[in-house]
Design a protein around this ligand. Structure first.
Ligand code: SF4
Length: 188
């Protein structure tokens, strides 16, 4: 029988391969018993693409009762053959983790306390400060008179949870402002 690894697991879960494999002398009962206890048993599989770097590894998302319950690499994807780096492997936890910070946290200058703020406050504060710094420090030319159009006093550190498209838009916006000190943690 010509069957992929993923297809084999699904067949085992459905029990339809049981007779054929038993005929080959394989005892499939333990494997069948195991599949029925897996938390993904009966879940719908949706193949998606990891958004965190240009490798674009396939990720299988398991949906049960309308909820995203688990994820894993796709053994049928020819590039990574089911492997995921630490970011891809933690795909489900990154989205569904109850400890995930979902509200902006602000630490005022000189303070040691982080305080929850709304997005209007955060975006307005960032925009105001960035504009002030850029107005003050933007350089059109260097000491030799060469055109540089750069902002030396701002740097940007990207989040590990920025996806490819967010990174692309962010870099374009930063470059347009003259920011060139840009770093980001992509794959790990
Ligand atoms: S971040 Fe990791 S899992 Fe995601 S596409 Fe890149 S290498 Fe693959």
């Amino acid at each position: 029988m010509d069957i992929s690894r993923r297809g084999f697991i699904k067949l085992m879960g459905a029990g339809t391969a049981c007779l054929g494999l038993s005929g080959l002398g394989l005892d499939v009962k333990p494997a069948l018993a195991y599949t029925t206890t897996m938390k993904t048993a009966g879940a719908k599989e949706v193949v998606s693409i990891c958004p965190y770097c240009s490798c674009g590894c396939n990720i299988i998302m398991f949906i049960k009762d309308g909820k995203f319950i688990s994820s894993e690499g796709d053994p049928d994807y020819p590039v990574s053959e089911g492997s995921l780096c630490a970011k891809g492997a933690s795909f489900h936890a990154l989205h569904m983790n109850p400890h995930r910070v979902i509200q902006p946290l602000y630490r005022a200058p000189g303070s040691s306390e982080w305080v929850e703020k709304d997005w209007d406050f955060m975006l307005g504060t960032i925009a105001r400060r960035l504009k002030d710094v850029r107005d003050k420090d933007f350089k059109e030319k260097n000491d030799k008179g060469q055109v540089v159009n750069r902002l030396d006093t701002v740097m940007h550190v990207g989040s590990a949870l920025m996806d490819n498209e967010e990174c692309a838009v962010t870099v374009q916006a930063l470059r347009a402002m003259g920011v060139y000190q840009i770093d980001h943690q992509a794959r790990v």
